[in-house]
Design a binder for this molecule. Structure first.
Ligand SMILES: [Zn+2]
Length: 81
């Protein structure tokens, strides 16, 4: 993830609360006859070139770049007080 400001392009009210959506792969062993799962292995993160970000205000999710671009288009207004 990039250390750049985000701004939700959907609700356009959130710059703070996000979650990152990550894909995991978890391998397991199955009993060939009963179908029971006999063993779970530790999950491994599937690396993605660009993370998917979700806005926790409106639940919109999209590529990180969309959030960064929106923040660049509409920078946070500077407060003088
Ligand atoms: Zn939003």
């Amino acid at each position: 993830m990039q250390e750049k400001p985000y701004f939700c392009p959907n609700c356009r009210s959130n710059r703070v609360k996000f979650s990152v959506i990550t894909s995991y792969a978890q391998s397991f062993l199955k009993d060939a006859r009963s179908g029971d799962i006999t063993e779970f292995h530790d999950p491994g993160i599937i690396p993605e070139p660009e993370p998917t970000i979700q806005c926790l205000i409106c639940s919109f999710s999209g590529n990180e770049m969309r959030f960064i671009k929106q923040a660049e288009r509409e920078p946070r207004p500077t407060s003088y007080y």
